[in-house]
Ligand binder design. Structure first.
Ligand code: GLN
Length: 491
């Protein structure tokens, strides 16, 4: 049998359907890989082995009864930011240690309805605040391409797990780049859908006007398959878009002749890593060879995006995180009175970066500063969105790098939050504009570290973005799993 690691979800489904492999065997394949390799990568916070076996047995029974479905029996890893009924959900924070959600997030419910197999909860930056997974309060996840480097963040666990073949696919979240940046740095596909396309119900909130759920997968067709299952209106999320979901796999394989691709000059800057620059140039010529038309454009307010995000993101975070007070969830540290209990609990339960953002967010919302910071940031956000509206008059999609550099070394930027924030400069603007954006592996640097390419689309135009990504992926067949993680075929 061909190596399972090289198969798409539909290829795995075909094997399951023919009963050449059972769901229990497929789950065991991944669980054995986790046992063998996750000591190195440390992508998982909690491996739910018993649940995985139980779900796989149920999937097998369903298939015996003739049931079919695109995710039936497919093993997933889940970022630890989604509420999972009866499975500890920590958001990688001490303050949520021991929190057992009494319900499932809508996306988890949807995956369960599709009979997926849940392998476990994946590591992340605490409350999704970070770009390297170094802010997890439990441990640091390593980049499978080089274990001395970060996998990106905040969905570092999901990206590393997919890249090392420790799950078939994963769910992550993206507020300012948290799916796309780790996907780019780990060489996998990651999609942040249009704001409102996928339900946020049951997702632990960071910055509610920016947070979006999306898949991390080894290839574009898997991304489309997962999107088909998780997208759609949800009455439990007031920002959910009441629009039907197209079949995202339908356009895969169609050509891109005549596709107008915008190249925003603000994303091709001098300080960019030379390998990233070269990989982007080569990639753009591939799109051109496939019949696309490249158009130089400008998104003039790009330079204000990171600052705007720092105001809006922290403001919303400070409000959202006010609920962790030692009363309702997880950790509680007793004090002499209730105010003292709150203080001690929050002091002990939150890490450094989370505290920094709560303080900043509280400041920008406080009276006397609100107009100068928060209100102004809202106005700049509108200008950034208008830049994109203008660009999409002449372009169908935009292509940019995901990050200015490849994966940096563990510890390299921890003392310098500003450079850490700047590593998200290419992913933040589309988040502020609520646009869909996808990260796709497009090459490697001299150290064999993956480079990611970003496709930004019009609102709800995920299908076209995946169509273009699929064309590129089929032409440029990029290695997906690092050699070190292929040493044993455990099936
Ligand atoms: N890295 C960004 C931050 O630190 C984005 C995080 C995210 O998208 N959740 O806020």
């Amino acid at each position: 049998m061909e190596n399972l690691l090289d198969m798409t979800i539909s290829e795995m489904r075909a094997l399951l359907k023919k009963r050449e492999i059972t769901a229990v065997e497929l789950a065991s394949f991944y669980l054995k890989r986790i046992e063998r390799y996750d000591n190195d990568v440390m992508a998982y916070l909690n491996v739910t082995e018993d649940k995985a076996h139980e779900m796989a047995r149920i999937a097998d029974r369903k298939m015996e009864q003739g049931e079919d479905g695109p995710l039936l029996g497919i093993p997933f890893g889940i970022k630890d930011i989604f509420c999972t009924k009866g499975i500890e959900t920590t958001c990688a924070s001490q303050i949520l240690k021991g929190f057992m959600p009494p319900y499932d997030a809508t996306v988890i419910k949807k995956l369960k309805d599709a009979s997926f197999v849940h392998l476990g909860k994946l590591n992340m930056d605490e409350f999704a605040m970070g770009s390297s997974t170094e802010n997890s309060s439990f441990h640091i996840t390593k980049n499978p391409w080089d274990l001395t480097r970060i996998p990106g963040g905040s969905s570092g666990g999901p990206a590393a797990a997919v890249a090392a073949g420790l799950c078939a696919a994963a769910l992550g979240t993206d507020t300012g780049g948290s799916i796309r940046q780790p996907a780019g740095l780990c060489g996998v596909v990651g999609m942040k859908p249009t704001y409102g396309r996928v339900s946020r119900y049951g997702l632990i909130a960071f910055a509610s006007s920016l947070d979006q759920v999306g898949p991390l997968t080894r290839n574009v067709s898997d991304c489309a398959i997962v999107m088909n299952e998780i997208a759609g209106f949800d009455s439990m999320d007031s920002t959910s878009i009441p629009q039907p979901v197209p079949n995202y796999t339908e356009n895969l394989g169609k050509d891109i002749a005549g596709l107008r691709i915008g190249i925003p000059k603000e994303y091709y800057i001098d300080g960019m890593d030379s390998h990233v620059k070269k990989a982007m140039e080569e990639s753009l010529s591939i799109f051109e060879k496939q019949g696309a038309i490249l158009i130089d454009i400008s998104l003039p307010h790009t330079e204000y995006a990171v600052a705007t995000y720092c105001v809006i993101g922290t403001a919303e975070a400070s409000s959202n995180l006010a609920r962790y007070d030692g009363v309702k969830y997880g950790l509680r540290t007793e004090g002499k009175d209730i105010a003292d209990m709150y203080k001690k609990t929050r002091l002990k339960g939150f890490g450094k970066e989370v505290k920094r953002r709560i303080i900043l967010g509280t400041f920008v919302l406080s009276s006397g500063y609100y107009d100068a910071y928060y209100r102004k940031a809202g106005k700049v956000r509108t200008l950034i969105r208008r830049d994109f509206d203008e660009a999409f008059k002449s372009c169908d999609i935009l292509i940019t790098p995901v990050s200015p550099t490849t994966a940096f070394r563990i510890g390299e930027k921890t003392e310098d939050p500003l450079t850490m924030y700047l590593s998200d400069m290419f992913t933040i603007p589309s988040s502020l504009a609520g646009l869909p954006a996808l990260s796709l592996p497009c090459g490697f640097d001299d150290n064999s570290l993956p480079i990611g390419l970003q496709i930004i689309g019009r609102p709800l135009d995920e299908a076209l973005m995946m169509q273009a990504a699929y064309v590129f992926e089929s032409v440029k067949n990029i290695e997906k799993i690092p050699g070190a993680f292929r040493k044993e075929h455990l099936l």
